[in-house]
Write a new protein. Structure first.
Length: 90
């Protein structure tokens, strides 16, 4: 159960990982283009798209429980747990 507002931090993490992997992918593709040629470097794009599509399809079943809207009771419980954790850690 996620408290309200946590979607923003999740989105920030997604952008951080996306940027990191985009930079790494550009570096790897440049190396492949130098060593083997541009044709192999350009072949990475459709392979990456297919891998992303497969990840979405197979991950959908794993993340189905996290996609539901929490009840008011669950939101309250999550906030109480969050406040308790903040008191013990800080």
């Amino acid at each position: 159960v996620r408290p309200q507002g946590s979607a923003v931090s999740a989105l920030a993490w997604i952008w951080a990982f996306e940027g990191s992997f985009a930079a790494a992918g550009a570096a790897v593709a440049g190396h492949i283009a130098e060593v083997w040629g541009a044709r192999y470097a350009l072949a990475i794009t459709p392979v990456a798209v297919l891998c992303g599509f497969a990840l979405i399809i197979f991950g959908r079943t794993l993340l189905k429980a996290a996609d539901r809207i929490p009840s008011d009771q669950e939101v309250g419980d999550a906030l109480v747990e969050s406040e308790d954790a903040a008191r013990t850690n800080g």
